[in-house]
Write a protein that binds this ligand. Structure first.
Ligand SMILES: [Zn+2]
Length: 453
């Protein structure tokens, strides 16, 4: 090996430093910076030559064609991929160890193996373990090619010989390249191995899945370096002990971001959920105070999600504000709006809010539902059954419209909801079946409605 360079890299975010320090300035993590020895690779001017003459062309002359897509056999996975798997694309699947990444990909590959040549590279489990899992899930195993190896150069050599059209690397943290002396899993190894695999996929038009484990803090080891190298980043979310698994597209060059795929974990592997709204609603005999059903939109699909709030007298100097599945800074802001524009005080109350089913809600369309759930718990006054709520709340106490209002209302009507509290501009022009629409322009109006329940 020729000349080497000593540098220091954060194992969590990949930031590089000339010398060691205790805390990473990039991501704020402690004790994540380690020494890395990298060989100095001299790039000659001709090394990056790809055989294509660069040419400037007119935009109107660009030939447009739809990417050839491969259906994975799981509709929910196709949905988060933007309508199927694209050849030559690299998809990173991240999630906690044991949440179902290998199960999902093994199912997908066994299905694809019936029509395509596919290769499953395992660096984590032995061939026996992978085969046992396939048997347990009763998957067709006659055509799936397996390789147990962790050396990137050897893996690529095998792939060049076999020419599969889809490859799974399980996982990117276990593979290593001969170019670097550091251990597998080090951020330099992850980056360099991924770079070689990405180049390989682009040159050979192979669709590539990379499995990435998430650290305890909830980030992929070296996430930033990997995220911008790949075409599509999918994350498993939700609780591990829940029956359901949610996969969110965090980045997608071939489809919408924030698209959500919903699966149920069964003894035969992951199954798609045909009616996802139903799993986020808990139906009570009688209405319960603090529980509100909201219509949210994740990606291109409307979803009905139950938001629960518990407001309780606090005995602390700083009352607690706890959010599960919703954003805590947003809650503080909404409580301030509630005080300022409706005179409802919560400074002496602990406030807990939760989105049922482990779904994470990032959109502002949940504001109104959240405020009314808090109010409902505080006043101990249940919101009647079959009421759906959505809308963004502004700092001036105005209720702003959200996108996709019609689709949200349609989803609610489909599930038998009879009343909807919506922003004025989201109120439909014509009637929605027998659904009663209450359009509100200010928080005051919404609270007024609430008083008359
Ligand atoms: Zn860092």
């Amino acid at each position: 090996m020729g000349k080497t360079k000593v540098s220091h890299a954060c194992q969590s975010c990949g930031a590089q430093y000339p010398k060691w320090s205790g805390q990473c300035l990039g991501c704020g993590a402690w004790n994540t910076i380690v020494e890395e020895i990298t060989p100095v690779i001299r790039h000659s001017r001709h090394q990056g030559y790809t055989g294509l003459e660069p040419a400037i062309i007119n935009m109107s002359d660009v030939a447009l064609h739809d990417e050839a897509r491969l259906y994975t056999g799981l509709k929910e996975l196709d949905r988060v991929l933007g309508g199927g798997l694209v050849f030559g694309s690299v998809v990173l699947i991240g999630g906690d160890p044991g949440i179902g990444k290998s199960t999902l990909l093994l199912q997908t590959l066994c299905h694809l193996s019936q029509s395509q040549k596919v290769l499953y590279v395992t660096g984590e489990e032995s061939l026996q373990q992978v085969t046992l899992r396939a048997r347990r899930l009763s998957l067709p195993e006659d055509k799936l090619l397996l390789l147990a190896d962790t050396n990137i150069e050897r893996i690529i050599q095998c792939a060049l010989k076999e020419k599969p059209s889809v490859i799974v690397i399980d996982s990117i943290q276990t593979v290593h390249t001969d170019l670097l002396p550091s251990a597998p899993g080090a951020v330099g190894q992850v980056r360099e191995s991924a770079a070689q695999l990405v180049a390989f996929a682009k040159q050979t038009n192979v669709a590539l899945f990379l499995v990435g484990h998430v650290t305890k803090e909830g980030t992929l080891a070296g996430p930033r370096v990997l995220e911008h190298m790949v075409d599509c980043v999918l994350y498993f979310e939700g609780e591990q002990d829940s029956r359901y698994r949610l996969i969110r597209a965090v980045k997608n060059r071939f489809g919408a971001v924030n698209e959500l795929g919903i699966f149920a974990m069964t003894d035969k592997g992951l199954r798609e959920v045909s009616n996802p709204s139903a799993i986020f609603l808990s139906r009570y005999e009688n209405p319960v105070s603090g529980s509100v059903i909201m219509a949210t939109k994740e990606g291109s699909r409307p979803l009905l999600v139950e938001v629960q709030a518990l407001v309780d007298q606090s005995h602390m100097a700083n009352p607690r504000r706890v959010c599960v599945g919703l954003e805590a800074p947003r809650l503080s802001m909404l409580l301030a709006v509630l005080h300022r524009h409706s005179g409802v005080t919560t400074y002496d109350q602990d406030v807990f809010v939760n989105a049922v089913g482990g779904v994470r809600i990032t959109e502002t369309g949940s504001d109104l539902a959240l405020i009314l759930a808090v109010l409902s718990s505080l006043r101990n006054r249940p919101v009647p059954h079959e009421t759906i709520i959505f809308g963004e709340v502004g700092l001036a106490g105005e209720i702003r419209p959200v996108q996709g209002g019609q689709e949200r209302l349609k989803e609610a009507a489909k599930h038998g909801f009879k009343t909807a509290i919506v922003p004025h501009h989201n109120a439909p022009k014509e009637t929605m079946g027998d659904m009663k629409i209450l359009s509100v322009q200010t928080l005051g109006e919404a609270v007024e409605y609430f008083k008359n329940l």
